[in-house]
Design a protein around this ligand. Structure first.
Ligand SMILES: [Zn+2]
Ligand SMILES: [Zn+2]
Length: 256
C-alpha cells in the first residue's frame, strides 16, 4: 500500500523559520513517541491527530526554539503520515549530534492514555520509513530515540517492536512470530525452592521485562512474588507458580 501522506498544507503547518540543513542520505531512521498524554479518543477521530501534530509543531517552534517541527514524518493511528521536515532535510528530534545519522519518525502514541501502538500506526511508521528510503536515501537501520541518547522515547511498547526488528503487523511469511523458549513441562513454584536452567531462563526474561529479581536459577520467594504480581498485571490467576500460560505470557505479553 502506498503511503497516505498528509501534506503540510493539509494539516495547516506553519512555515519553517529558516532553511533546513541538507541530507543526501542517513544510516536509517529513529522512532519516537509523543512522551505525554495522548487521549485514547484519537483512535476514532483523525481531527485529533491534526490538532496534536499542530500542537507538537508549536511546541517545537515556540518552546524549543527550533525552526520547525523536529520530526521528518509523523504517523497517526489512521495509517496516515504527516509531512514534517521531510526527506533530505536534517531533523532536530534525535538529540544534538545525532540528527545527521538518522531521520526522525514519530508515532502518535503517548506515555499515558493511548500507549499501545495499533497495527495501523506501525504500518504508518513503516510507510514513512520506506518513503524516506525511497526519497531521502535512508539506510536500513530502524532504531529508537533512546538508542545512544538518554530518554524513555519511544516508550516501552514501541521500543519493544523496534527491538523485534520493526516487523509489519499481521504476520505473513516474512514475519514469523518471535521465537521463545518453549514451556519446560514442569510448573515452577515455591516452596520448596526449585533449581534449574528453566528457572534461570524465566528469571532472565522477567529481568528483561523490568522485574528486579536475581537470575540465579533458584525459584524462591522473590521469584514467586514477582510471578504473582506479573500474573495480576496480566489478568492471569495469581498463583505465584509459572505454568504454561504464565510462561508464554512472560514472552508474549506487551511490556507495560
Ligand atoms: Zn524521541
Ligand atoms: Zn489520524
Amino acid at each position: 500500500m502506498a503511503i497516505d501522506l498528509v501534506t503540510r498544507r493539509e494539516w495547516g503547518a506553519r512555515q519553517p523559520r529558516g532553511a533546513y540543513g541538507r541530507l543526501s542520505s542517513t544510516r536509517g531512521v529513529k522512532v519516537h513517541y509523543t512522551g505525554g498524554q495522548v487521549s485514547p479518543d484519537i483512535v476514532g477521530d483523525h481531527a485529533r491527530c491534526v490538532a496534536l501534530v499542530r500542537s507538537i509543531q508549536n511546541h517545537h517552534m515556540d518552546g524549543n526554539g527550533w525552526i520547525d517541527v523536529g520530526y521528518s514524518l509523523l504517523a497517526c493511528p489512521h495509517r496516515k503520515v504527516f509531512e514534517g521536515r521531510g526527506p533530505n532535510h536534517l531533523p532536530a528530534a534525535n538529540g544534538s549530534g545525532l540528527n545527521s545519522g538518522h531521520y526522525a519518525v514519530l508515532g502518535l502514541v503517548g506515555s499515558t492514555g493511548f500507549t499501545q501502538p495499533t497495527d495501523d500506526i506501525l504500518h504508518g511508521i513503516l510507510d514513512a520509513v520506506e518513503y524516506l528510503r525511497d526519497k531521502g536515501g535512508a539506510g536500513d537501520e530502524i532504531k529508537g530515540h533512546r538508542d545512544g541518547y538518554s530518554t524513555d522515547c519511544p516508550g516501552g511498547p514501541l521500543y519493544a517492536w523496534v527491538k523485534r526488528g520493526a516487523p509489519r503487523p499481521g504476520g505473513g511469511p516474512t514475519d514469523p512470530p518471535e521465537p521463545h523458549p518453549s514451556f519446560p513441562g514442569r510448573v515452577l513454584k515455591y516452596p520448596p525452592v526449585m533449581v534449574g536452567e528453566d528457572v534461570r531462563t524465566w528469571q532472565r526474561q522477567m529481568r528483561r521485562r523490568g522485574w528486579g529479581i536475581d537470575v540465579d536459577g533458584l525459584y524462591g520467594e522473590a521469584s514467586r512474588d514477582a510471578c504473582r504480581a506479573f500474573q495480576r498485571e496480566k489478568g492471569l490467576s495469581a498463583t505465584g507458580a509459572v505454568n504454561r500460560a504464565t510462561w508464554q505470557a512472560t514472552w508474549e505479553e506487551p511490556v507495560t
